[in-house]
Design a protein around this ligand. Sequence first.
Ligand SMILES: [Ca+2]
Ligand SMILES: [Ca+2]
Length: 345
Amino acid sequence: MKNLVLVISLCLLGGGLWANPILTGPRISELMWVDGAWQLELYNCYFDQNSLDGCYMSAAGDTAWFNTGILFLMDTYLVVQQSDLQETFTIDPTGTEINIYKDGGEWSGYCAFGPGTCTEPPLSGESLSCVGDITESFLFVRDASPSMGQPNDNTNNRGVFSGWVHDQDGNPLENVVVSLSPTSLTATTDATGTFTLQPYALQYDVHLQYYSLAMADTTISIAPDSQNSVEYQLFVPVGAHVQITPPQVSISVHPNPFNPSTEIMFNLTANDAEDAKIEIFNARGQKIRELGIDLSSRTELRDLSCSVTWDGTDAAGSPVASGIYFARLVSGGMHLAQAKMLLLQ
Ligand SMILES: [Ca+2]
Ligand SMILES: [Ca+2]
């Protein structure tokens, strides 16, 4: 287990480069070095010229035109190297930005890696392969099984990212949302405080969100086929309204999944019984219903086992849609326990 290292960094490769309108022309699809010499895989994206005549590339001040007569049919992959160019073309293996232009000088392809991006340079034997829809994506990731001259196979280009999240006293934290930027990949910790993701081999900013209270930003570098285990400690202020569920309070739902109604069962201690209630939230975190708990028939307020029925309607009495909902046991403004429910219609 690696310990939490607090490093805040910025990923400059924003979402804008991920998806673009389709541009016709030579597209960069994969890049690697073989015996110290670069090789570029190009994809012909709806470019009906059938050759690279008049096309050129630029990187860090170098501009090079392709030799004439290089056959390049539409929707095919072609590996080019220095001998296919009229001028010397240098690609810095530690990072650069490569642009490609079709006949007429119109920009058509792009690849960036190294400092200032989330794509780290490939190691020996690895390529940088474009992932996602080749006609739209400009995202390159490290790939341990290159596919030069072939469509990118989307293999050996991810790693496993797992972790354990706990508070300052070593208690596991459940419901911590772990998100990786710049992707929309997220995971939520389970009751043991653990999570697992399988992200592309990129460098990420890691963001942890524990309700509204605790967060941390770190970075993680994912190599292809790597296993990455981390341990995060979040400081949860004492007395905050988000509490770690005390072991004496439990909540369960039966039946689950349900239709049209379900019973929410929980126990309470005398301290919590006073103004306890059940709040129903939808998957977007919006409170849609509150259910009071009638304790008037009880003669003794000690370790109470209670239940309330939710009929699948919101505060206005309208039936809610199929989906995931949460029943949250609340007392004195404190969130004591939560259960997930699935309404199936
Ligand atoms: Ca591969
Ligand atoms: Ca390929």
